[in-house]
Design a protein around this ligand. Structure first.
Ligand SMILES: Nc1ncnc2c1ncn2[C@@H]1O[C@H](COP(=O)(O)OP(=O)(O)OP(=O)(O)O)[C@@H](O)[C@H]1O
Ligand SMILES: O=P(O)(O)OC[C@@]1(O)O[C@H](CO)[C@@H](O)[C@@H]1O
Length: 300
C-alpha cells in the first residue's frame, strides 16, 4: 500500500481577483475550495491514476472535518489523527496579475498525537511506499522527518520525501527512494542561485552524494531533470499548454512518478509519467485526471 503523510493539511481557498489592489476592498471573479496539503494532493492524484493509498496526518476543528470529507469524496482512504484543539489551516491562493499564496501555520500537535502516528507508521513493511510531503506545524521540531526515517530505517520501506531545506537535507542519510525539490528549493538548500541545467545537475548530484537514491528536480515550465541511482541523467521538456492552476503541480508530479514506476518498474517511464501528470494538473483547475495525463504523456 502507498501511505501519504500530511502533517499540516489545509483547505486551499483559491480566489481569482482581476487587478488585485492592496489596501482596498477587492471582489473575486472566481473562487474554489479544495482539500490541500502536499501528501493529500499526492493521494488524490494517485486515486485519479487508479492507485489506492491511505492519507495519514493530523486534522483539527471544523476545517479538519471538511478536509477529511473532501478527501474521501475523491475516493481516497483516510486515517487521520484528530487533534484535541485548534483548526486545520486555510491556505489562500490569490490569482491576479501574479500568483500569491498565504499558507497558515496549522494547529499544535501534541506528543501523544505524534506517538499515534508513529504507531501507524511502524506497522508498514517493505511492500509499502511512504510519502512524506509538505511543511510541518511550528509546534513540531525540525528533525521530525529525520526521526521518522530513523525509526523506520531497518524496514526497507521505499520513502518519497517532498520537503524543503533542512527538513529534506536531514533525511538524505536514510536513503529515500525519491526526493523532489524544485530548482529554486535546490539552490536555497546550498545558498546559491542556479541558472543553467548544468548548475542544477551539479547540485542535484550533491543530494545524491548525501544519500538520496533518485533525485527529481522540477523546474516549472522549464522542464525537469532526473538523476537515477544507477547514474543515469534525464532531462525532459514539459508539454505546451496554458497554466490554469499550478497549485499542486509538484505533488502531482510525485504521484505520477510513483504511479509510473509501479506500472513499469522503470525510472525513465516513471519520470515521463511524473512530468505529464504535473503538467496535466498545471493545465486544469483541479488536480490531474488520467485521460489528460495519458494525452500529455504521448507528447513527451
Ligand atoms: N508552466 C508550466 N508548463 C507546463 N508544465 C508545468 C508548468 N508549471 C508546472 N508544470 C508541471 O508541474 C511540474 C511541477 O512544477 P513545479 O516545478 O512548479 O513544482 P513545485 O514548485 O513543486 O510546484 P507546487 O509547489 O506549485 O506544487 C513540472 O515539472 C511540470 O510537469
Ligand atoms: O505549507 P506547505 O505544507 O509547504 O504547502 C502547503 C500547500 O501550499 O502545498 C500544496 C501544493 O503543493 C497546497 O495544497 C497547500 O496549500
Amino acid at each position: 500500500m502507498i501511505y501519504t503523510v500530511t502533517f499540516n493539511p489545509s483547505l486551499d481557498y483559491i480566489v481569482e481577483v482581476k487587478d488585485f489592489k492592496q489596501g482596498v476592498v477587492n471582489r473575486t471573479n472566481d473562487e474554489h475550495i479544495f482539500p490541500g496539503g502536499k501528501g493529500i494532493n499526492v493521494s488524490i492524484v494517485l486515486k485519479n491514476l487508479g492507485f489506492d493509498s491511505v492519507a495519514l496526518g493530523f486534522t483539527a476543528g471544523f476545517t479538519g472535518i471538511e478536509i477529511e470529507e473532501k478527501v474521501k469524496a475523491h475516493g481516497c482512504n483516510t486515517d487521520f489523527i484528530r487533534l484535541e484543539s485548534g483548526l486545520s489551516r486555510i491556505n489562500v491562493k490569490l490569482k491576479s496579475n501574479e500568483e500569491s499564496e498565504i499558507n497558515g501555520q496549522g494547529p499544535s500537535i501534541s506528543k501523544e498525537s505524534l506517538d499515534k502516528l508513529m504507531v501507524k507508521l511502524e506497522a508498514l513493511t517493505e511492500e509499502d511506499i511512504l510519502v512524506l510531503a509538505g511543511s510541518i506545524p511550528t509546534s513540531l521540531p525540525e528533525d521530525i522527518y529525520e526521526n521518522i526515517l530513523k525509526r523506520l530505517a531497518d524496514k526497507n520501506i521505499r520513502v518519497v520525501v517532498d520537503a524543503t531545506k533542512d527538513l529534506l537535507l536531514n533525511v538524505l542519510k536514510y536513503h529515500p527512494f525519491l526526493i523532489k525539490p524544485n530548482n529554486h528549493e535546490l539552490g536555497e538548500m546550498f545558498g546559491v542561485t542556479l541558472k543553467t541545467n548544468e548548475e542544477i545537475i551539479t547540485y542535484a548530484k550533491k543530494l545524491k552524494d548525501m544519500g538520496a537514491r533518485n533525485v527529481l528536480i522540477s523546474m516549472a515550465g522549464d522542464g525537469a531533470i532526473l538523476l537515477t541511482e544507477d547514474g543515469r541523467e534525464y532531462f525532459s521538456k514539459v508539454p505546451k499548454g496554458t497554466v490554469v492552476n499550478s497549485v499542486g503541480a509538484g505533488d502531482s508530479m510525485v504521484a505520477g512518478f510513483i504511479a509510473g514506476f509501479l506500472e513499469s518498474n522503470e525510472l525513465e517511464k516513471a519520470f515521463k509519467m511524473g512530468v505529464a501528470t504535473g503538467s496535466a494538473s498545471a493545465f486544469s483547475e483541479e488536480l490531474a485526471k488520467k485521460d489528460d495525463v495519458l494525452r500529455l504523456l504521448a507528447t513527451i
